[in-house]
Design a protein around this ligand. Structure first.
Ligand SMILES: Cc1cc2nc3c(=O)[nH]c(=O)nc-3n(C[C@H](O)[C@H](O)[C@H](O)COP(=O)(O)OP(=O)(O)OC[C@H]3O[C@@H](n4cnc5c(N)ncnc54)[C@H](O)[C@@H]3O)c2cc1C
Length: 257
């Protein structure tokens, strides 16, 4: 049963605009609407039409290791020379990318990695409970699978400074992991390439069966509790006498997905 607020109570509710109905905007909008705000979302592509549409759908509750780690600075020249390395910078962008690269290296200092890892742990470990709360049990079970995730590698045992730090952090944070040999992995996935020699399974991690259905379900929830999603492109946010307002709000010329 939905209880409509009185006209007076509704008038007291603050108006809130959320720009962008991706996974972040939708989750924020539902929480704001539940907290008693009148929330309107503005979205150019349709709910979940941006990065939240085409991602891998992993819900990594037990991943708390940032990408930049100690010692990576020494690997950059080699990476830039290889075609299949994890880092590629298009030549004309090298100078432009420099400040970002410096910040990335700074983030890889031991104390920064520890702080980032603790923050990631606090954020990620709640993800499944958070989705269940937002979606309700039935929808949650239909869009999220808790089958774990497997990370595989083809190089020898890892013993670098960074590997030791990662292992220490996971241990300190009680992250559930199952180290696996190449043989054990192949027993699970017989067609896996022969060069895979080991891996680690995160049994508590999950995935969504369809990222678009996840955001679509959140959009439905949001509308069901009185939220609105308008197909508009916000071009500017500017202060006014009431707080903030938008500059010209463009109508969408291409139909939302
Ligand atoms: C290839 C790939 C794989 C990934 N895999 C994973 C994964 O497995 N697990 C994971 O957790 N993350 C993954 N990610 C990251 C994840 O997709 C993003 O972090 C997440 O979708 C970001 O959500 P968002 O709501 O911030 O952005 P978006 O989903 O991009 O939402 C922003 C929305 O704002 C709208 N918008 C922007 N500007 C305006 C404007 N001016 N007016 C109106 N609307 C506007 C856009 O249309 C868009 O819909 C992956 C990303 C990529 C690219």
């Amino acid at each position: 049963m939905t209880i409509e607020p009185s006209a007076e109570a509704a008038a007291r509710r603050p108006d809130v605009a959320v720009v962008g109905a991706g996974i972040v905007g939708l989750c924020s909008a539902i929480h704001l609407q539940r907290a008693g705000c009148n929330v309107t979302m503005y979205e150019t592509l349709g709910p979940g039409g941006g990065a939240s549409f085409g991602n891998a759908g992993l819900v990594s509750v037990d991943n708390s290791i940032p990408f930049s780690l100690p010692g990576m600075a020494w690997q950059i020249p080699g990476w830039l020379a290889q075609r299949d390395s994890p880092l590629a910078i298009h030549a004309p962008h090298v100078l432009k990318a420099w400040p970002w690269l410096l910040a990335w290296l700074q983030a890889g200092r031991r104390q920064n990695v520890i702080a980032a890892s603790q923050a990631l742990r606090a954020l990620h470990s709640y993800a499944l409970k958070g989705y269940r709360d937002l979606l309700g049990d039935e929808v949650f079970e239909s869009v999220i699978r808790r089958n774990g995730q497997l990370y595989i590698w083809s190089s020898a045992v890892m013993t670098s400074r960074a590997d030791r730090l990662v292992a220490d952090l996971r241990r300190a944070q009680n992250v559930a992991i199952e180290p696996m040999t190449g043989q054990a992995i192949r027993a699970m996935i017989p067609d896996l390439a022969r060069h895979v020699i080991g891996g680690v399974r995160f049994p508590s991690n999950a995935n969504t069966v369809n990222p678009s259905r996840l955001t679509g379900s959140l959009a439905e929830r949001f509308r069901a509790i009185g939220g609105h999603i308008l197909p508009r492109c916000v071009s500017r946010i500017q202060p006014n006498e009431k707080g903030f307002g938008f500059g010209p709000i463009g109508a969408i010329t291409t139909p939302p997905r």
